[in-house]
Design a binder for this molecule. Sequence first.
Ligand SMILES: [Zn+2]
Length: 89
Amino acid sequence: MNKYEESYKNISTYKNLLNMCGKSMMELKELVEKETPKMVIIAKYSGTYIPPKCSVCGNSILNYGQHYCEDCGHKLDYPNEDENQMRLL
Ligand SMILES: [Zn+2]
């Protein structure tokens, strides 16, 4: 392998590494976003219980307090109990 070929090979390896790094960063960003809790959407109480909804995909959360959405896998957050009690009164 002459010096030109060697340089070309080194540069393309470097370029591939940069691409891989960029891809990993995107994947990591996606994971960080998914692990950041999002507040569920709670419908106003109107006589019948309506389960909260995932604010990312709109899926109904059947087990109040579950940590992750079954549909999109996003981490969920709930209003604290006191606020919730106030809402029901
Ligand atoms: Zn969801």
